[in-house]
Write a protein that binds this ligand. Structure first.
Ligand code: AMP
Ligand code: MG
Length: 486
């Protein structure tokens, strides 16, 4: 275990120089206080969880003080937002404080979001509000606990600094951890500004620091693109299997590592609805739940375009075409697990699609359905869940096929239960749960957000006394409108 002051820095991205990022110091927020910290994320930096309670912790993550070895930088990038190209984005309110190397030699970017204005702030105030910082924190740690690739979050620091959104709110900062903060939009920036030497330098940086195995291949950049395509296919398969809707899949919010990144108006599905749009500002539904699959491919095409000066275009195109089959294979694997199926069968895809069609229009809870299905032997499970479906005859026909399919797997009931519980979370970060915790935190009570974080960090475990966190949303919590404004 280390103390905070003993962190080792090696700022590889900062060393790329001023073409890639600008030196900016954090602008502190007033009267900093720890809202919530993640012991699991602290462990990534070899930090003792008790350090979170120290005064210096809140000060560091509120921009009041810095390690002498940190080199805070605002990164430049661009990107496609809602389908249109925006030539200049960049870290408008977040700073890469530096890269910490832990005892295992792993690198973790420390990124302080809400750290004040930068050369890329455009009209923005450089701030993040308490509400959005808590939402990013909870989601990062919860998705990780679900097994979904994600950036991590160390802590949220609150303050008395006022911030104006639709109403007056208070400024907060969230400390994000990820092995890299390079986005698709970084590559697009250097491509569209025709800085091809810098584009190559960026590709070399990502290749050697994050895709070292690809550097050994005959065509390293192509191999790296192939790996990025595969990682995105995996990530999106998880999102679709667990009902996660990101909400703002602009290319500047896509991590080059294929991890869930830049949380905004995200939501997990409560009732199943393929057309669900979680972002109140997304009028056309570009980023609706079902569209996440083609949009991910669209985003990868945008990245591929930016790599054209480095890789032969036909090879890029061919690699991009791997996305859909890779996605489908991963998705089906996950859904088999969720349904408790051991083996693979040609009919499984149709079985899954039929189930989703039956769920669409039935007011049943998507994630609770699978958990319930695993709670008892398959025949009892379907009998109990039947009444939740609108099309009873359709469900009965599906159930016959599902039971026949389950019977193909030579399986003990106890093992099935254990396996299904390991694939089907009891606890999901529902918007109404986050909302309740946020409202308490806005009144200065941080106990609910800390408790929610604890429960959601063990989503697959039965947690006696905390069952109320597994409940479906009350009426007020079903249609919360979350916008981009954060
Ligand atoms: P986001 O919607 O959070 O992914 O942000 C899109 C772009 O807007 C990024 O370049 C952000 O840095 C910038 N941005 C968002 N909010 C603010 C803010 N309050 N102040 C300055 N820049 C912001
Ligand atoms: Mg963003």
């Amino acid at each position: 275990m280390k103390s905070l002051i003993e962190l080792q820095f090696d700022n590889r991205f900062a060393r790329l120089g001023d073409v890639f990022s600008s030196h900016v110091l954090p602008e502190p927020i007033a009267e900093p206080r720890l809202v919530v910290a993640s012991a699991a994320a602290m462990a990534l930096l070899d930090l003792d969880p008790a350090e979170a309670e120290s005064e210096v912790f809140a000060k560091l993550f509120a921009g009041h003080t810095l390690w002498s070895a940190a080199e805070p930088r605002a990164m430049v990038y661009s990107g496609h937002q809602f389908g249109g190209y925006n030539p200049r984005l960049g870290d408008g309110r977040g700073l890469l404080l530096g890269e910490v190397v832990n005892q295992s030699g792993e690198y973790w970017d420390l990124h302080l979001k809400g750290a004040g204005q930068t050369p890329y702030s455009r009209m923005g105030d450089g701030r993040a509000v308490l509400r959005s910082s808590i939402r990013e924190f909870l989601a990062s740690e919860h998705l990780h606990a679900l097994g979904i690739p994600s950036s991590r979050a160390l802590c949220v620091t609150g303050s008395s600094t006022p911030v104006w959104r639709e109403k007056q709110e208070s400024a907060a900062m969230v400390l994000r951890l990820a092995p890299s903060h390079v986005r698709f939009g970084h590559f697009e920036y250097f491509y569209y500004t025709q800085q091809h030497e810098s584009l190559k330098q960026l590709a070399e940086h990502v290749l050697h620091n994050h895709y070292a195995a690809c550097a050994q291949q005959e065509q390293p950049y192509l191999a790296m693109f192939r790996e990025i395509v595969e990682r995105n296919a995996t990530m999106i398969a998880y999102w679709q299997a667990y009902g996660f809707c990101h909400g703002v899949m602009n290319t500047d919010n896509m991590s080059i590592l294929g991890i869930t990144f830049d949380y905004g108006p995200y939501a997990f599905l409560d009732d199943f609805d393929g057309n669900f749009i979680c972002n109140h500002s997304d009028d056309s539904g570009r980023y609706s739940f079902s569209n996440q699959v083609p949009i991910a491919q669209w985003n990868l095409a945008a990245l591929g375009q930016a790599l054209v000066p480095l890789v032969e275009v036909d090879a890029l195109r061919e690699t991009l075409s791997l996305f859909l089959p890779l996605y489908q294979a991963h998705y089906l694997d996950l859904m088999r697990k969720r349904l408790g199926l051991l083996s693979a069968d040609d009919g499984d895809e149709a079985l899954v699609q039929r189930l989703l069609q039956l769920m669409q229009g039935s007011a049943l809870d998507y994630n609770n359905f699978f958990r319930e299905l695993g709670n008892s032997p398959a025949d009892q499970g379907v009998a109990r869940l039947r009444d939740d479906f609108t099309d009873l005859a359709g469900f009965d026909a599906w159930a016959v096929d599902y039971l026949a399919r389950s019977a193909q797997d030579d399986d003990e009931p106890a093992q099935r239960l254990e396996r299904m519980h390991a694939a089907n979370p009891k606890y999901i970060l529902r918007n109404y749960l986050a909302q309740q915790a946020i409202e308490a935190a806005e009144q200065g009570d941080y106990a609910p957000v800390r408790e929610l974080h604890q429960v959601l960090s063990r989503p697959f475990d039965e947690q006696p006394g905390f069952e109320h966190y597994a409940q479906r949303p009350p009426e007020w919590g079903k249609h919360l409108e979350i916008s981009c404004s954060s």
